[in-house]
Design a protein. Sequence first.
Length: 194
Amino acid sequence: MNAQEHSEARDAATGVAGPASRQRRHGLLLGVGLAAAATGAGLAWWRFSPRNEDAQALAQFWSSSFESPQGEPLAMAAFRGRPLLLNFWATWCPPCVQELPRLNAFHAAHQAQGWQVLGLAIDQLASVRSFLQRTPLGFPQALPGAAGLALVRGLGNPGGGLPFSVLFAPSGQIVERKIGELSSVDLQQWRAAL
């Protein structure tokens, strides 16, 4: 019996782990730890990243019509064929309110090049009307009502957080989306994407 075999036999008999046994155990624990970390990271990415849109939700969006704050129907199909920046917001949402002037400026600067901006307020009609009187916006607004949160989730925001923005190509397909406030840099990058 060589020295290593003798050491391993003694360790087995006494229940004490020797260097070779410890090395194997450390390697095994390291492998298990890395696998757990990779699984956790993958699960977190899957849970917190915006989902790919469901074809049914996309078709439902384009076939929908929502009421404007003035009480007129606004058909989503009318926005197809040109780039569309869709923004879900609410009057009670501080980041939503903060980004609206930025979206309004983007609309004013790029509408001549065919860009469209549409706001869908997940809010009460009276609150939206009051807000728009204090802060007029140059781009169209509509209120999707109870279907609004289902639409938000269907377009790739499973948690339903606001603000939520989606960039549609002229074909009607989603190109970009963001949960949270859009920055000026985001808007420049989205404009360059089309």
